[in-house]
Design a protein around this ligand. Sequence first.
Ligand SMILES: [Zn+2]
Length: 118
Amino acid sequence: MNDSARRTFLLRKGAEVAKKLEDLLAHKEVDLSQGILGSAVPDHDDALRLRRFLELIDRRIKAARFGRCTVCEERLPEATLDETPWLERADIGLGCRIALSLRNALNLRGPSLAATNA
Ligand SMILES: [Zn+2]
C-alpha cells in the first residue's frame, strides 16, 4: 500500500468509527471487539474511546508528515502502516529516545507518551 492508499483507508476507517459512535449514542448494539483502538474494558467509556480514536485518525489524515514518527520523524515500518495507518509513533527506538530527552532538556511540548498502539 502507498501513502495515498493509506490515507484512503484512514478516511474509510474514520467513517466506520463515526458510524459506530453515532449508533452507540443512539443506544444501538455496537461491536467494538475488532478494529477499534484500545481494549474493551468493562464499565469503560466506549464513546470516549471512539472519540479519541476518531481524533487520532483525523490528526493522521491531516498530518503533513504522514507515516513518520511524530517524536523523532523516522519513517514508520511499512507493514505497520498497512495495518494501522493511524499510528503516530513506533515503539520507542533510539531516535525517539534522543528526540525526547532533547525535548525534555529544552522543556518543549511534544506528543505525550500515552500509548497510541492498537
Ligand atoms: Zn520515533
